[in-house]
Design a protein around this ligand. Sequence first.
Ligand code: GDP
Ligand code: CO
Length: 682
Amino acid sequence: MRIESIRQAEHLGSVKIHGVRRILELDSGSRQGASGKSGSEAQRIDKGDIAAIEGKMAIVLPVKSEDPKVFEGVLAGVPHDCLPIIVSNSQRGEIDHFKSEQDILERFCQATQRQAIIVHQRDPFLARAIECAGYPEILDEDGFIRHGKSEGMLTGLFLAAMMGKEYIGYIDTDNFIPGAVWEYVKHYAIGFYLSTSPYTMVRILWRYKPKMLGELYFKKWGRVSELTNKHLNHFLSTKGRFETEIIKTANAGEHAMSIDLAMRLNYASGYAIETQELISILEQFGGLLPIADRTIAEKGVDIIQTETINPHLHEEREDSEHLYRDMLIPSLSVIYHSQACEESTRELIRNQIAEIEGLKLEEDVPQVTLLPPPQKADLARFAGELADQLNDISIPHGWMMAEKQTIHGTSSAAHKVVYTDLDGTLLHPVSNSYAPALTALRQLQERQIPVIFCSAKTHAEQTELRRELEVKDPFIVENGGAIFVPKDYFRLPFTYTKANQVEYVIELGALYDDIKQRLKLVAESGPGRFTTFGDMSIEEIAQVSGLNLRMAQLAKEREYSETVVMQGDKRETESVLDAITKQGLSWVFGGRFYEVSLGADKGKAVKILNELYRMNYGQIVTYGLGDGQNDAPLLAAVHHALLVQNADKRWSNLKVKDPIKVKDIGPSGWSRAVSEWVLKSP
Ligand code: GDP
Ligand code: CO
């Protein structure tokens, strides 16, 4: 296909809104021209590139008792590589429209060797799965998924995400022209192909062909989109320095999103859903409200608008009044009620609604119910609850069961995650050797079980050790002072404090300078003798710690904590610790030294990572390995707490519920714990 090059775009915060682009050729042949380069008039997109995206796309088809012939035509228009997901709210019972939709789909899939999903929006098992997943907002008082196209669309989103799709596109099933359906999907794929961000929305502008339709309806639709665009553009203009008319698709029913974006938006129930999607993007990522997710803000959100060549012809409701009542007023309402809407835009909207509806001055614009981002729902639980129905909702029946492992969260085996302390656990308490644990570590790596270091050691020290052991997983430094997550490790974005070249950093503890400052005050108050790694030379650190010179240097590179070396007797030590606490600092005993920090928390760090793994992998089962007191919060935050022996062949006495006491010291105990506990369980 060939599409116009972008001529115009508006930026708001990290959102880029592209001006409408026209399709120039539906088929651009097989010869590669000189196109595709920036600066040229047009851009050619290869068939293969389009197909690759279609393979990752679900097309959600909401249907409510449409003409079977029209429905069949729509199916035929959906490109072969996409996964159709039909969400029906059609009549059932004596005259069973849903049953005939199922039959049509079955015949279609059989003849074309395709797979599809079909559900009825009012099926109790769907409602139950959504409720268990923690998204009760779309249920009605009777516990069913509410009637309505937007609730149907959200149901489709859950299913598409469960199937591990990257993109979701919506197509109405009352479309008379299969070629138009086909073209919409191509536009979606082109939009995703052209976008430079993983967070993309593609919206389609189509022109009615008025002659074939009721004149009245045509005019009204034109008016609805004109007015919604106008007010949304006014909303935008108040945010920038220039007036803009960039948005032409404020009501576009035909649109698509990357799933990662779709999961993060606030939705409106009813026909304002498409306008609200734009509002939600602008609010969250346009810098209008506090940034919800920094990763997205960094990568940016692309809103791409394209115009189709095929005419748009669809089934008309007899009652064309609904366009004003159900679409225009609610669409204006979501703009009006946005927290980011300026008074001048509100004024304009009030007047507009007063003109159409006769809204009285003292009345406020009626509010539309908003739904929270689906992101908050637990997809694994959704999938788990649906497990028994997968057979029925997949056409041909059973294919989803056969491909179960591709379905997010339905595989019975939970992902295992291992957290481990280093000093005295993976590393021998006396010799610092990890040799006895090496075989077990390799076994974990072969099975792709993450091994997360969680220790008092610094970023510099752990980086060295991770390189030696070829461990590539996230790690927790300085007793929970910060979590480092390799970039591109998790598929889904998350909030972090800062980034270095290779890692995102989630900081939990105060910075070193702050801690140092407070320790100075402790020293000045004179409770007893002590010194810190910060005040010692590398040689001195090596001497007291038994580390070699290089490791001693890395141990000195502290960012979130300070190591305190006590120099007095027991009583002196106690009063120093007391003074440390009085300064608002906290300390843990690491066996020989005291690690002093502020806000650092191994347990909290483990819980954050648990959450990230759960979000990305669905169900997880966690193991923690430790040896001493300062591992208690780590061990309390995992499913299976494994305690190895200290140098004296005894176990530390920890305040953790039922730790599993593993025979053997440090790395030997580690090895035994991995083979007897982590690898043994299914
Ligand atoms: P319009 O074409 O924008 O006027 O809106 P329609 O009422 O025709 O609906 C557009 C699409 O949504 C059509 O494919 C309908 O069959 C479908 N639809 C309408 N209401 C519902 C509903 O409650 N649930 C589902 N799943 N689909 C619906
Ligand atoms: Co319609």
